[in-house]
Write a new protein. Structure first.
Length: 493
């Protein structure tokens, strides 16, 4: 093992005998050929990989789980895997030439491993498509990505793992689109999620799907309504405006205090609302109106601001929101809020940010923060897969995302939060892509993490936000339930 670890080559049995200081006869008694030697080494190295087993119900998530669990093992035993690949290539050439004089080393355990990973797709994907997907995944599952991306491109191990995972998910998505096998309008989360963004090569199609203001003739009047309603809210409600949560000019938040409560009243639950605008537009002051019905119901409401693209990246904005929520956790009690009852909500890009915050390991942000203190989020028309936005000309230049950044910032491409839950809603009159995004997060995270995913009748991408601020609406009721100010909303079906 040490000889292979150091050199990454398959030694002869005679070399092993010399290294171990035993006779060749003794060495050959254990390993009659280099093939048997390498088989024993790889078996010891990759035992946990070969016994991979998962009960994850989503095929896409099971493939992701496989790559995330086993690629670190490939990294650890890279020299052994390279030695096995080198031996297999050498023996294959000798075998084709008709001069191979030992039993060849046969690779192929990945066939059964990948078959297990793809089992959940058997009921929804045609067998020829599934077979093609299995063979395509076999090209990138193993030592091969390390050989190409490290030796040719000079990439570090982490980038190899990220790119391999990205390729695997792209292959699964392509197979899901090809294997959907129906022209009927899908009605369940899995079927809608499988429909995929298509055609990716059409910039005009992406603009039509994602430029929501272009689909809403009255969008200017709605923006004006938001501004006027928000001005009235700030004038009428008790509030602390422009409280810094960081050092940058954009790092301020507004706090709206609950209606006057008795001295002995318990701390109020806290709703943190994140505005939308594709990370490049709007301001917290444009949507202060959201606070009014919640402070009337007894909640404390916080609206943080953030810097906007293209001056900053989405990654920067995400970290600003992490900073804002950390401020809330540490300081909201001084304003009468309960730091153990915080719900984060957001619209559009704000829904994307809210979903990512639910995934945050807060103990990694700062040691004084509990790891999973944020337990609930509400996303209204959120964005969970950022790759299509790279293909929309009206937006792409401002976001400046490359494919790896889009992947790293897409909640639907991440493992579901181990704790906490997301309530997701979308307007019935939104584009097909927003409905696909909505179904995608429900499908990939699953019913434990997304117990509620609903369509709001009669609403488009902008006025669906009004439902959050309308007492009596299901969206408002869901928010109250998350805050502990109302009963869980019953299924309307």
């Amino acid at each position: 093992m040490a000889m292979i670890q150091q050199g990454g080559l398959a030694p002869s049995v005679a070399q092993v005998a010399a290294q171990a200081r035993v006779s060749r006869a003794t060495a050959y008694r254990y390993f009659s050929t280099r093939s048997s030697l390498i088989s024993a080494v790889i078996g010891a190295s990759l035992g946990p990989v070969r016994t991979f087993a998962s009960d994850t119900a989503s095929g896409r998530e099971r493939v992701r789980e496989l790559f995330m669990q086993t690629f670190p093992r490939f990294k650890e035993f890279e020299p052994q895997l390279r030695a096995a690949a080198q031996l297999a290539l050498e023996q294959s050439a000798l075998e084709r030439a008709g001069v191979l004089q030992e039993e060849p080393y046969r690779r192929g355990h990945r066939i059964n491993i990948l078959a297990h990973a793809l089992e959940p797709l058997a009921a929804t994907m045609a067998e020829p498509v599934r077979d093609k997907l299995q063979r395509a995944l076999s090209v990138i599952y193993g030592i091969e990505p390390y050989v190409i991306l490290k030796d040719i491109w000079g990439l570090p191990d982490k980038d190899v793992e990220r790119i391999a995972l990205w390729m695997a998910e792209a292959l699964v998505d392509a197979a899901l689109r090809e294997g959907q096998g129906t022209t009927e309008a899908p009605t369940d989360a899995a079927a809608i999620a499988r429909s995929g963004p298509q055609p990716l090569g059409s910039p005009a199609w992406h603009d039509q799907q994602y430029n929501s203001r272009g689909r809403i003739p009255e969008h200017l009047q709605i923006l004006q309504l938001w501004s006027e309603s928000s001005t009235r809210a700030r004038a009428a409600l008790r509030c602390v405006l422009d409280q810094p949560y960081g050092e940058a000019a954009s790092e301020k938040l507004d706090i709206f205090l609950p209606q006057r409560r008795g001295v002995s009243a318990p701390p109020a639950p806290v709703l943190v609302y994140l505005h939308g605008g594709y990370w490049r537009a709007l301001d917290k002051r444009d949507q202060s109106f959201v606070a009014t019905p919640f402070v009337q119901a007894g909640a404390l409401v916080v609206l943080p601001n953030y810097a906007l693209a293209p001056a900053v990246s989405i990654q920067h904005i995400v970290m600003q929101m992490v900073q804002a929520l950390a401020w809330v956790r540490r300081n909201i009690a001084a304003h009468g809020g309960d730091p153990d009852r915080v719900v984060v909500a957001g619209h559009s890009a704000g829904g994307h940010l809210a979903s990512l915050l639910l995934l945050c390991d807060w103990s990694a942000v700062a040691p004084d923060l509990p790891a999973h203190w944020l337990q609930a989020a509400l996303s209204i028309s959120g964005l969970y897969d950022l790759e299509p936005l790279r293909h929309a000309p009206f937006l792409a230049p401002d976001l400046a995302l490359d494919s790896l950044q889009a992947l790293a910032l897409s909640p639907a491409r991440m493992r579901a939060p181990q704790q906490g839950r997301l309530v997701a809603v979308v307007g019935a009159h939104e584009s097909e892509e927003f409905h696909r995004q909505h179904a995608l997060i429900a499908h990939t995270w699953g019913p434990r993490a997304v117990p509620v995913w609903e369509t709001v009748p009669g609403r488009h991408h902008m006025d669906v936000l009004h439902a959050l601020a309308e007492p009596g609406s299901r969206v408002h009721a869901h928010a109250l339930a998350l805050l502990g100010l109302g009963a869980p909303v019953l299924d309307s079906g």
